[in-house]
Design a protein around this ligand. Structure first.
Ligand code: PGA
Length: 242
């Protein structure tokens, strides 16, 4: 079964209103040279509604970067999946390593968020990945396997993003051999549903390395941080798709 590629940009805590101009540029680039893939941008939640208005008629999908487990409630500062959908999002990143680190998010919490996303009609992008210490200790597969078992909803259309923590924002990418091996491992862990689940790679994906990473057999796309902030870089990555 062939899976449609997905290239998703994660703007993290970057982007004021002026950054919406990058979406216009991205949209124009895709209109000029359409791609047979899903392209998504996850801006800060403050920009979602404006981005949705701006992207009306564009194939670019919008996503959130996190969501609460409940559809609404007394949770000051949090945003629900229902709210993200209402603002125009179609996807949401959950369990990013920065949230696991900064907010102590556990696998169980990440799974609950992913389930809330599915219930709101959003596609969750569930992030997993080992730290450098875990990799050096030979634990990378054990860690990722445990994260998948604990944080991926059992049913529903979820996307997995394998992002080695040591490759995020560091300029270090895993070697193609390391990526290929981990993606094959994840595909195996997913069992029968593995044929349908898209597995993205993330961690310092750039125009310069996108082609060799995206060409790997079990890599169905990329989750791109820093290089998604500029339309020129992000569209170069999109165009590197096989
Ligand atoms: P990076 O971030 O591309 O800046 O390394 C990727 C991510 O955190 O999703």
């Amino acid at each position: 079964m062939s899976r449609r590629a997905l290239i998703a940009g994660n703007w993290k805590m970057y982007g004021l209103a002026a950054a919406l101009g990058e979406l216009d540029a991205l949209s124009a680039a895709l209109a000029q040279q359409p791609v047979d893939a899903d392209v998504a941008v996850c801006p800060p939640a403050t920009l979602l509604a404006a981005a949705a208005a701006r992207l009306k008629g564009s194939p670019i999908l919008l996503g959130g970067q996190d969501c609460h487990t409940a559809p609404e409630g007394a949770h000051t500062g949090d945003i629900s999946a229902v709210m993200l959908a209402d603002a125009g999002a179609r996807l949401v990143i959950v369990g990013h390593s920065e949230r696991r680190r900064d907010h102590g998010e556990t696998d169980a919490l990440v799974r609950a968020k992913a389930e809330a996303a599915l219930a709101a009609g959003l596609t969750p992008i569930v992030c997993v990945g080992e730290t450098i210490e875990e990799r050096q200790a030979g634990q990378a597969e054990a860690v990722v396997g445990r994260q998948i078992a604990g944080s991926l909803p059992e049913r529903g259309e979820a996307v997995v993003a394998y992002e080695p923590v040591w490759a995020i924002g560091t300029g270090l990418t895993a070697s193609t051999a390391e990526i290929a091996a981990m993606h094959a491992f994840v595909r195996g862990v997913l069992g029968a549903r593995g044929a349908r689940v898209r597995i993205l790679y993330g961690g310092s994906v750039k125009p310069q390395n996108a082609q060799e990473i995206l060409a790997l057999e079990e890599v169905d796309g990329a989750l791109v941080g820093g290089a998604s902030l500029k339309a020129a870089d992000f569209s170069a990555i999109i165009r590197a798709l096989k």
